[in-house]
Design a binder for this molecule. Sequence first.
Ligand SMILES: O=P(O)(O)OC[C@H]1O[C@@H](O)[C@H](O)[C@@H](O)[C@@H]1O
Length: 287
Amino acid sequence: MIAPPACIRLTYPATDYPVLEIDHPSCRARVALHGAHVMEWQPAGHAPVLYCSPETVLREGKAIRGGIPICWPWFNAHPTDPSKPAHGIARTRFWELTDSQDGGESVELRFELRSDEKARAIWDQEFHAIVEIRLGAELQVSLISHNTGSTAFRETGALHTYLAVDDIANVKVAGLEGLAFVETAGGKRENGMQEGEVRIEGEVDRIYASTSTATLRNGARTIRVHKHGSASTIVWNPGPEKAAKLGDMPAEDFRRFVCVETANAPGAEITVAPGERHVLRTRIALG
Ligand SMILES: O=P(O)(O)OC[C@H]1O[C@@H](O)[C@H](O)[C@@H](O)[C@@H]1O
């Protein structure tokens, strides 16, 4: 790879743990090679848009708490084997940075991960995964999963976006009205129908059947979560009790974010035939 542009600085906030710091006229951001993970993104003239826990653990194999974890090739628990890691393998591996560009209006990064012995031990499929990130006045993250094997695979997944808010009590999520959801908070499974905008009161862990944009309103701020290749939107907040048990986040910080995830949850599995690919994309925009 050619040397990164001047707006990108390679830092090591923990031993053997590289994080790109981006300082560009359009935005400031931090992106970890671990998980191809956008940790922070702050468009010029605005407060940070993503929440990232000040107590997150930066260590290979441990997912970053905040930003945009890439959950793939499965969302949440493995469909048949609960001993496998929650949310798949993508968020707990180091990815290779294969391109970085200053495109003038934005900064573009490309990361790649290919099936290897370590991945096959958990998911026995041949793949080439690419994450393309565009950071500017808007933030776009695309996960492209190629099937390089000779049999079809099935995947679920999520771009598990932690949106920063001033207080969860002041938050409404629009764009999900009239849609069916499954509430899975606390291990239950209850079907529901969304009436009006979503408000977060206690633990919320809902899978909505949705292919359209969700809009977060927080006081004067509006954040739009656009999506592509996604039939599910997850709205997650751990609430006070679960937050206190997470261990990598201050207990009170459940008030500081809501996750609005561009996803394909169980029930909306994607089949990727040999030689084919699936693109899961989110675009986060203010206003
Ligand atoms: O703690 P983790 O593994 O990052 O997962 C956080 C949450 O991620 C959400 O996407 C799930 O719907 C929740 O059930 C889960 O608790």
